[in-house]
Design a binder for this molecule. Sequence first.
Ligand code: NDP
Length: 282
Amino acid sequence: MYKIISGKEVSEAVKLRVADEVKQLKANSIEPCLAVILVGDDPASRVYVNNKKKACEFCGIRSLEYVLPAETTQDELVALVEKLNEDKTVNGILCQLPLPKHLDEKTILNLIRPEKDVDAFHPENVGHIMIGDFNFLPCTPAGIMEMLRYEKIDLDGKNCVVIGRSNIVGKPMAMLMLKENATVTICHSRTKNLKEIVAGADVIVAAVGRPNFVTADMVKEGAVIIDVGINRMDDGKLCGDVDFDACKEKASYITPVPGGVGPMTIATLMQNTITATKIQAK
Ligand code: NDP
């Protein structure tokens, strides 16, 4: 019998905790503020930015939104990030990815001051994650760890397989699981025998970006399945990387899409904004 891990439920708990912290900060005349930059009119990015704004409202965090046209130049974007870096009333800066192709993503992400880097993409923050000593954790992997803790799923000594090696999800996910004493394997598009490797996993994290990539024959009885994928189908519906209906029958725990990892990513962003505020208030 499987249990669905509700990202909606766990993220509510995180956001309520954050809202409490915001109240305490405000009682000390500190108002946390998150600035979100959106360049262009990608509809999915627009939805993510709106959801982040709603979460800020729920938690009592002041949110600033900078919506720039798709033809914004690198210099204009650099100038905005530098302005926000200097602004003492802004605690967190997030630049919604992907940026239009003519803009250099790496330069922009590296420009955000590490103490305001609530996405934890700056090399300095990535380095801290590698050595297990960090202020911010990347939102999606940290949200997944929060879900596992909420369900009291212990990773000590478990075989965890992460499918996907992106800097945003796969790689930091593996580091966080390693920190909890799991034995971690990272699979990617060049992995040989991927099915066999995944079939040996106690915990599977699928971050591939391909609908129904993980099928029931790849899942060990009792495995925990975390589906990070967000794929929009032709009918407009969202679907994950896991064949949910078939895989759930073999799983002990499984996350749905939507309503799984997605809300956790945003809740962690709220938590990171509070952490940033506290660091800057010191
Ligand atoms: P990337 O495209 O950056 O990475 C995808 C990874 O999957 C790569 O490492 C790639 O391997 C691997 N991959 C692709 N095809 C295969 C294959 N056939 N076999 C094995 N591995 C394969 O994506 P992200 O990590 O940014 O995102 C992954 C998914 O998660 C997307 O659907 C995205 O929308 C979603 N997402 C969801 C979030 C949430 O909050 N729920 C947050 C962030 C992302 P290689 O490196 O070899 O190319």
